[in-house]
Structure formats: structure tokens, C-alpha cells
Design a protein around this ligand. Sequence first.
Ligand code: TMP
Length: 210
Amino acid sequence: MSDSFYPGTFICIEGIDGSGKTTHARALVKRLCSLGYDAVYTTEPTRYSIPGRKLRESFFAPERLPVEEEFRLFLEDRIIHLKDEVIPQLEDNKIIITDRYYFSSVAYQGSRGLDWKYILEENLKVALVPDLVIILDIPVKVAIERIASDRTEGVNTFEKEESLQKVREIYMLLADEYPNLIHLRNTNKTIEEVNDELLEHLQNFLRQKS
Ligand code: TMP
């Protein structure tokens, strides 16, 4: 599949848990809309598909699902997300900002020992390559502190320090490998400063694309 089939723009925001992805993705959609762009927010895993719900339930289970099963569920959920939300809205010329996509599978299921190149290849068989990926980078210790203070339910089994370190390493590797697709953004500033910078980056990107 190729992104060039559709008139819309497909952007994904990635990063380790606690990197502020959701806050930034939602704020960017809101700010783009107020500037007159037709932007929408989507997220993975979805909250409505059967594999998406199964995954969300597994986040707080005492034992992780076997990695191959987890990987397959994310892939099934992704196919539904693409078919139900992404493609129809790209056809409709919208700007989609998705909070996680297949780069999360590469980084997270890769951190559990599955070969990251295999994960990427399997995803590329079924998934649309986005127009732009933004990885929000943050030191793992800061991310864990944020998660612990923000969430009433605490840190889940995906969010332990050692595993997040591996996730972050794979994100860095991806950013190195695909510099034309991936924009790596350090988030060591206030939320407002980072969001302003991201908005500026997106606006430049959208100007160049049109
Ligand atoms: P969230 O907290 O950003 O909603 O993400 C939920 C968790 O799902 C997060 O810990 C990362 C994980 N995840 C994967 O492990 N693989 C994937 O492909 C995706 C989309 C998410």
C-alpha cells in the first residue's frame, strides 16, 4: 500500500509511555482545527475492536500475553483501524493524527524479543505508510515518574523501566534508519513549548506537501 493514493495526510505520533503523546496529539488536532485545517485524532489500540479490547484488558493483567499473540492482536486491530477510520478519512481529505501506529509494534513487541525487522515487514504487508512520524523522546526515568504521578491505576505491565529502556532504544534506531520519514523531537521543555514547536513543524510539513 502507498500513502500517495489518498488526498488526506496521515501523521503518527509515537513515543514511550509517559512521553506526552496523547496530550500533544490531541492539542495538535485542536490547534490545527482552529487554524482551519480539517484534522482528526485516532488511536491504537482502538477501544472498539475485539482485538483492541482484548489488548487493553491485557495491560493490567498480572501476566503479559505471549509476544507473538500480542503482536498478532495489534496487527488485527491495526487493520480494523485503517479500514474503519484512517482510509475513509484520508479519502475525505482529512489530516489524521494517530496516537501510535506500527512503529509502536516494532518498538514494544521488538523490546520483548521479536525481531524488529520481521515486525516491520509483517506490518508493511497490510499497513499504509504514513506521511510523517513524530517520535517524542524523553528519558525513561522522567517518563516513569510522570506515569506514576498522573495515573490513579499506576504503572502497567507495559511500562516497567527496563522494558521502556529497550522500547526507547528501538525508537532511536528507527529514527536513525528512516530520517526522511521520522522526525525525532526531544520533549525536555514545557508542554506548551514542545507543542508550539510541533505545530510549527506540522504546518511547514503541510505547506511543503500541498
Ligand atoms: P497508550 O498508553 O499510548 O494508549 O498505549 C497502550 C500500550 O500499548 C502502550 O504501552 C504501548 C502498547 N502498544 C504496543 O505494545 N504495540 C502496539 O503496536 C501499539 C499500538 C501499542
